[in-house]
Ligand binder design. Structure first.
Ligand code: SAH
Length: 295
């Protein structure tokens, strides 16, 4: 069982990464994962086994070990082990490659890196993603389930104008374009992600409909669909902004929060009149489709 949550806003070439591994009981997984993300880990991987669970987090600086020990003490959780090691940038790039196998997602999608593109099944819409160092290979439940909900929505109504806020590799934006969106705005604060999205847009032949921006402030609504695979606090903070950018009948598909945060994220959207239409839970990660129309 694996879960990745990552953004690459702390990636810079030539820096090494620290990998932190914590082995602990499954009951503290959510809180420890959230803590490590809040502490600045752009990547957290969760592995569960009958023997317990392991959380693997990546830090571009020093891992927050004293604060982690304090949290575990506060939780009265005696971890089975805390270990760290350094990974250089090159190995980090290779780490992503291992997580980049071709995948059938939903009923119609196929996500693969370019070196596997020839094997794409003819009956599927293929999305070629060479992730480089941006998050979004389709290997994480949040990405996959955003894709599933986007595919499902595209089967019900035209996607129209789409905003992908936090585009990473561009995977959701490209999928939206390939599922029939008229135009897609892909926003990311990270310049590396924007470059990779531009490259992936070209490989997928969707550049004519793909617009790239560095901030949500740089785009103008209304959008028929907003995709946002971010994290709990940012989603809750952006709720009014998303509402203002959505058309009256628009849908917001979002992910990047754990079960324990679902209540407050959904409440933030509900206050804006965005109501739950679909929800998928996987490995503790929640993905929702919210509708701006009547409840
Ligand atoms: N959409 C991809 C990637 C999600 S990772 C997928 O579903 O797999 C989240 C991305 O959001 C990262 O690339 C990060 O740089 C970006 N991000 C973080 N904060 C942001 C903000 N305030 N505005 C726009 N993008 C942001």
């Amino acid at each position: 069982l694996r879960a990745w949550s990552a953004s690459c806003d702390t990636v810079s070439v030539g820096r090494s990464w620290a990998e932190l591994r914590v082995t602990l009981g499954t009951e503290h997984l959510d809180i420890v994962s959230s803590f490590l993300i809040d502490a600045g880990a752009p990547g957290v991987e969760v592995r569960e086994s009958p023997a317990g669970a392991e959380v693997v987090a990546y830090f571009s600086g020093e891992p927050p070990i004293p604060a982690l020990r304090q949290l575990l003490a506060d939780l009265q959780c005696a971890p089975n082990g805390i270990a760290t090691r350094r990974i250089d940038d090159e190995a980090w790039g290779e780490t992503w490659k291992h997580h980049c196998r071709p995948q059938r997602i939903g009923d119609r999608l196929y996500v693969c890196p370019s070196w596997e593109a020839e094997g794409a099944p003819p009956d599927r819409v293929s999305i070629i993603i060479d992730p480089g160092m941006a998050f979004g290979t389709g290997d994480h439940p949040t990405t996959r389930n955003c894709l599933r909900l986007a595919e499902d929505l595209a089967g019900r109504k035209p996607l129209g104008r789409v905003l992908d806020c936090g585009t990473g590799s561009g995977i959701l934006a490209i999928a939206a374009a390939k599922l029939g969106a008229i135009a897609v705005w892909a926003v990311d604060t990270d310049p590396v992600a924007r470059d990779i999205t531009t490259a992936n847009g070209a490989v997928n032949g969707v550049v004519d409909r793909l617009h790239i921006a560095d901030s949500i402030d740089a785009v103008a609504g209304p959008f028929d669909v907003i995709l946002a695979n971010l994290f709990a606090d940012l989603l809750a903070a952006l709720a009014p902004r998303f509402r203002a950018l959505l058309s009256a009948d628009g849908f917001l598909i979002c992910a990047g929060f754990l079960l324990g945060d679902a209540g407050r994220v959904e409440a933030a959207f509900s206050r804006e009149g965005l109501h739950l239409a679909r929800r998928i839970d996987e490995d503790g990660w929640v993905t929702v489709a919210l509708h701006a129309g009547a409840a």
